[in-house]
Design a protein around this ligand. Structure first.
Ligand code: NAP
Length: 290
């Protein structure tokens, strides 16, 4: 199947590009320089000229903290760009898969979030993504929410922790935010399995298996890295969100319930598998000095 991927240079875009061909797909990947999702005429032309059987939107404004000061930019891409894609795809009956985030939830739940639970984003990024979801739904597209994405080359939490662990003896990491890390390659496989289907629900959740905290995730990253080479890091201190203020508020709990996507035969692997692959790739590509 011919699949148009937007945001092709991002974490997810690169995974879709690398994983697609093995599933027999032809991936047409474009990023903002060749296809700006906010440019309706360009999107319409791309769909008409390329004639994809499906579109996967990996393009987004993903700076959670920066969005607090760049509201217009976040909304332009995450709401208006999503609307452009949804409208142009719907006009041509091309199925659209749009990726959204666990940060549409406020984090007050005490069990994993289901697709139909009420959303109540805490920051500008989350609000802009929530409005993008609404635009996609209005035009019959499918939203796939994911969480705590990491990828080879990132930039993600994994690359940040690898760098800090190389430089500092003590890391301080938030231990009171709970969620599920997700390897972009696993998310890409799930999206490729859904691409082109016309029998989908409006929303799915996909994250890797295993709820954790940023602190426990950091510890796993450092343990994994240490299997490859020595690090400066001796200790990872658990701190509270209050001790690490950020411009954007984040949900304290954003574990996603993946029952609905599992019912389609898509089983998310544990995040530890992706983490091992990404850490190995990082340390091979960028040898760490010590
Ligand atoms: N990263 C996470 O932890 C996380 C968690 C939950 C959900 N998500 C969602 O997952 C999806 C993929 O995230 P990601 O981490 O792969 O994002 P990413 O690495 O930031 O990639 C997004 C890509 O979209 C491009 N882009 C920005 N504006 C565009 C436009 N107007 N037209 C076309 N391309 C544009 C970006 O280019 P520039 O780099 O030049 O801006 C970038 O290459 C997003 O929808 C995100 O909201 C991410």
């Amino acid at each position: 199947m011919k699949i148009l991927v937007t945001g092709g240079r991002g974490q997810l875009g690169r995974s879709l590009t690398s994983r697609g061909p093995a599933r027999g797909h032809e991936i047409l990947a474009h990023d903002i320089d060749t296809l700006d999702i906010c440019d309706e005429a360009a999107v319409a032309r791309a769909l008409d000229e390329m004639g994809p059987a499906a579109v996967i939107n990996g393009a987004a404004y993903t700076g959670v903290d920066k969005a607090e000061g760049e509201r217009d930019k976040a909304f332009a891409v995450n709401r208006d760009g999503a609307a452009v894609l949804a409208r142009t795809c719907a006009a041509r009956a091309v199925p659209l898969l749009h990726v959204s985030t666990d940060y549409v939830f406020d984090g007050t739940a005490t069990r994993p979030y289901r697709e139909d639970d009420p959303i109540a984003p805490l920051g500008v990024y989350g609000v802009s993504k929530a409005e993008g979801e609404a635009a996609v739904h209005a035009h019959g597209g499918t939203v796939v929410r994911t969480s705590w994405l990491f990828a080879e080359r990132g930039p993600s939490f994994v690359q940040t922790m690898l760098r800090l662990a190389r430089e500092r003896p003590v890391l301080r990491v938030v231990a009171d935010q709970h969620g599920c890390p997700t390897w972009s390659d696993d998310l890409a496989e799930a999206l490729l399995a859904l691409a082109g289907r016309r029998d989908l629900e409006p929303t799915y959740h996909y994250s890797n298996d295993g709820a954790t905290t940023w602190h426990a995730f950091a510890s796993a990253i450092v343990d994994e890295a240490r299997r490859h080479r020595p690090l400066a890091c001796e200790r990872i201190e658990a701190i509270t969100t209050a001790e690490y203020p950020t411009p954007a508020r984040r949900p304290a709990y954003s574990v996603l319930d993946t029952t609905r996507i599992r019912a389609l035969g898509i089983t998310p692997p544990p995040w530890t598998i992706g983490l091992a692959a990404v850490v190995a790739a990082e340390l091979t590509v960028k040898p760490m000095e010590h």
